[in-house]
Design a protein around this ligand. Sequence first.
Ligand code: PAF
Length: 262
Amino acid sequence: MEVLTRESEIAAFKECAFVPTMGALHEGHLSLIRMAKKTNRPVVVSIFVNPEQFSPEEDLDTYPRNLEQDCAFAASVGADAVFAPSVETMYPTAPQPIALPDAATMPQLEDACRPAHFMGVCVAVARLFDLVQPAVTVFGLKDYQQYLVVKQLIVQEENRWKNLKILGAEIIRDEDGLAMSSRNVYLTTEQRKQSLGLHKAISCTTQNDMVETLNTYGLDIEYAVLRSSRSLLTPIDGEPVRALVAARLGNIRLIDNAEVQP
Ligand code: PAF
């Protein structure tokens, strides 16, 4: 497997299957790489801790970083290249704002809690797509709103990344149900038990039950809502419905979601 850092090196992987990440790879990421492999295209995994999507009080400085281990994990499931650009390669000039798709600004969801987050994500993803020029990209459904934002961004910029397809990979969970996340490593033993409240909450079929469940586990709720899986708005009859939760345990922010039958 190759490890690339320069724009000139990544050009050889045009039309690959592309898995953008911020590193700290775990089984969830490996499932994305496995899905990318199934396209029978060369697979490129990017590792870039994107400063643009962290607000000043968030964990940019302490975000787990281990390029060597990440490369070994990516290679173990057959990635053909890791692309680990520097901040200078990603942003040779100050990143320019991009028109945000509708899914980025939904009431009460990520945008309400992390106002600059999706602008940062879209700026990074757009730059990565420009550099890598993939044919397919794989995103995890754990960040469900992010998946919809990027899906809409690809449609919005259809002349920029022609025929780019996005695939959504199912959430990978620990045996007890906790969705895998790079931030789970921060959890103490007590918080690890409390974190199971998220998984319990997303199997509820009313918002009241979701809130009550999160409270029972002592989680500090940011949102607990049932929304249309397609639009993230209030579901209309017959639409698939998704339970989405975000909660804090001390400084650690956790999110989860699942399709439900209300
Ligand atoms: O999901 C992530 O890891 C990041 O938001 C992404 C898509 C790599 C953009 O920095």
